[in-house]
Design a protein around this ligand. Sequence first.
Ligand SMILES: Nc1ncnc2c1ncn2[C@@H]1O[C@H](COP(=O)(O)OP(=O)(O)OP(=O)(O)O)[C@@H](O)[C@H]1O
Length: 597
Amino acid sequence: MPKLMRLVWQAASGWLLLNLALTVMGALIPVAQLYVTKLIVDRVIHAIGTSNLDIVPLLGLAGLGLGLALLQEALQQGNAFVSQVLSDRFSLYANGILLEQATKLDLAHFESAAFYDTLNRAQQSGSFYPLRVIGNLTQLAGQLIGFAGLVSLLLRFSPLVVVLLLLTSLPTFWVGVRYSSRRFWMLRRQTQSKRLADYFGEILTDPAFAKEVRLFNLGDYFLKEYREIRDRFNQESKKLALQQALARVGIGIVASIGFYGAYALVIWQAVRGLITVGDLTMYAGAFQQAQTAIQGILQNIATIYEYNLYVSQYFEFLNLKPQVVSHTFEKFPKKFPIPMRSGLVLRNVSFTYGGASEPVLQNINLTVQPNECIALVGINGSGKTTLLKLLTRFYDIDAGEITIDDIPLQEFDLSELRAQVGVLFQDFARYSLSVENNIGFGDLKERENQDRIQKAATDAGATDTIAALDRGYQTILGKIFSGGIELSGGQWQKIGLARAFMTSAQILILDEPTAAVDAIAEHDLFQRFRQLTKGKMTFLVSHRFSTVQMADRIVVLDKGQIVEVGTHAELIALGGLYEKMFRLQAASYQSDFSASD
Ligand SMILES: Nc1ncnc2c1ncn2[C@@H]1O[C@H](COP(=O)(O)OP(=O)(O)OP(=O)(O)O)[C@@H](O)[C@H]1O
């Protein structure tokens, strides 16, 4: 609760105070209205009894009643406006914090189902429930003040009535809390199934799946799965709602007994002449309002309790901590050497993915000169991408050491390190934004520098692709937004490559960036890449040996270990795994050629 209060205060302190003030003022009006009604009734009865009607004070009281009613209406409308502004401000603030937190977390978080459960719950809870808690709290403050006023009226009549009122209202509270928490735990339990249903929904609506869904006729299957899960949720919800409704019937009976008991008492007192008819009207009204108020208060507390459970899910997400941080030397991180002198060294490096039982990389030893081009080769799953991800500290290693100019990677500021390692991954991002943005994001400060962007596009061999687009660099890519143009896989790769060329990083990594381009284009591209990156440390992963041969040295990985290192000629002469893979690919090309002959 204090955390939440701080959050709302930071988001919109002025609007929160205004909301509170208007609610409290609005709560006092019904009490004043009751008192004015009593004064009117007493005057009328007095006038009837004495046949002496003094109309002016009566009109004054009626005017006061009207004024109070108008004021209440104005306060209600004013508060509705204030609540809307508060709500808009807060949801923007809370969502912003959630997204900010998401950008700070590790890549490893995005590879865990538990993380997605937490994120999903935070997204569901974050924008709605915190404000509901605040709304209910201000409402509660108003209710308590209004209730105190009514109680002070009732105490003049009988403390017993107040006790009766409290006792007959307690079951409301109990039922409220019980069913709120049951509903909360039900929804929490359903998180993963709900995500699965959402996922099925996404498959049916996401363009990435649209082709296969039609081709394999998967639509009905996913729809059925979706409906089954949602229907199960509906059944559970219905069962709970029915139990809650029955419990509420019981509460209603208890409350009615309380109300009519007290009402009888008031009438009895009036009949005995102990109170005036005005008092009778006031007490009956006060009792009814007080009962509604206390039930409202207790129900409100139960609701706050329930909403707080949801809010805790929002904070659960905000409490996640990234593991990979610039922590060790936060105050004085080492400067990344520009230029690098001795280069990169991996010493006995081992790494296991979180949740995996076996290490994916074991005992890796490798030294790379600042101007060297290294090709990584190995069968699928041998650990090539993982090794490259360690260089950007997407994960921290379990054992060994990775250094640049003898400085361990952890001693650099994380963002400075990442600015020095430019990567184009296999699964690079395709932003459904302009070509200019897609390339410019490679160096955010230069994203409007047309010359840099055009040079990067030229280096990546993307100029022909861009020239063919109607709006050139301003063309929106992808089909999600109006006017968007979809590119082929190879064209997208060139755009991605141009983004990698935007960076002024000293280490450049291309992880199978050319899988979707043809062999000739790949050969051209790597030749250009070699020229452009002369003097830089570069890594490339490719399954095409014609490309791999261009590297200064080739590192062969097998089951997470380096098994061979050398030039193409050396490795062929060695007659090991590399030679075998090379021979197999050459043979398949030959058979392709002879088949086409
Ligand atoms: N995020 C991850 N979490 C857990 N295991 C992973 C993760 N990424 C990869 N792996 C596992 O690590 C091993 C090596 O994967 P990696 O992607 O490094 O191989 P690769 O050599 O680049 O393969 P490819 O040639 O198919 O791209 C594989 O067995 C894979 O299942």
